[in-house]
Design a protein around this ligand. Structure first.
Ligand SMILES: N[C@H](CCC[C@H](N)C(=O)O)C(=O)O
Length: 260
């Protein structure tokens, strides 16, 4: 039996189990155990699990697993939650730098539970007749729809995720509708294989495709099922974007211990 002390965080309803692994005390965790811990009936329940690891060159290193137990690509809401957790551990001084699977990130904490997270630059956006496809740390298919509330996100998202092009590697699928002065985004997440309440890298991808032609700075308010986020970025060329920030709440829900 191994003892686990965990923290449960959520960022706009995208929820995560987090463990402080700076001493490597959870290095024994298997993919199967991650999957069981993330199960909403037999486990703690979460969309993903993260380890806060030690890093030589950064304040910490982020290791992210999807709920299916497999190591995922970058997770935007997860990154924001992990930054909030690092702050709780007195790492950094409201300013953090960390390394994730897609490269280095900076994060700043604003007030009690607001985290701004810098994402990797985007240097290409594939544009099809009815879709966009881009990588914001994770791969995202983006489709604008007329009524996002009425969209069958699970069925429609699943069809795209398992189509001929994406079946092997998978993709996340975002359905987007212009909303107030920004967008409303609903996401089918690979690795969870279901709709989640919010997906940070997906919201970032959707906001980028919503930008106009003009090369300038954009601020896009985003509504998700789990709350509001904001994406800021600079469009630097026809398909290139930098200084991308994903901003929103990240909250500790509870902590606990268990034996597995
Ligand atoms: N929920 C995450 C995305 C996780 C990425 C994962 N679904 C994958 O592509 O492996 C986010 O907030 O960005």
């Amino acid at each position: 039996m191994n003892n686990i002390h965990f923290y449960k965080y959520q960022g706009t309803g995208n929820d995560f189990i987090i463990m402080d692994n700076r001493e490597g005390q959870y290095d024994w965790l298997t993919d199967e155990q991650v999957n069981e811990l993330c199960d909403r009936r037999f486990g703690i329940g979460a969309d993903g699990l993260m380890l806060l690891n030690k890093s030589e060159d950064y304040d910490f290193a982020m290791k992210y697993y999807n709920a299916d137990g497999r190591e995922g690509s970058m997770c935007g809401n997860g990154g924001r939650c992990l930054a909030a957790f690092a702050h709780k551990l007195n790492i950094g001084n409201g300013q953090l730098s960390f390394i994730a699977v897609d490269g280095p990130h900076e994060a700043t904490l604003d007030g009690h539970n607001w985290v701004n997270l810098k994402m990797q630059d985007v240097d290409f956006v594939e544009e099809g007749p009815l879709y966009y496809y881009l990588n914001t740390g994770s791969p995202h298919f983006v489709k604008f729809v007329e009524d996002v509330q009425a969209t069958e996100v699970f069925e429609e998202g699943r069809k795209i995720r398992y189509n001929e092009r994406f079946a092997a590697e998978g993709t996340n699928v975002n359905f987007v509708q212009p909303f107030e002065n920004g967008i409303f985004v609903r996401t089918y997440e690979r690795g969870v294989e279901d709709e989640t309440y919010s997906c940070g890298t997906g919201v970032t991808a959707a906001a980028i495709t919503f930008a106009g032609k003009e090369e300038k700075e954009y601020v896009v308010p985003v509504q998700t099922l789990g709350g509001q986020l904001e994406v800021r970025f600079t469009k630097t060329g026809e398909r290139t974007y930098d200084n991308i920030w994903l901003c929103g709440p990240a909250t500790l829900v509870f902590e606990g211990s268990l034996h597995i």
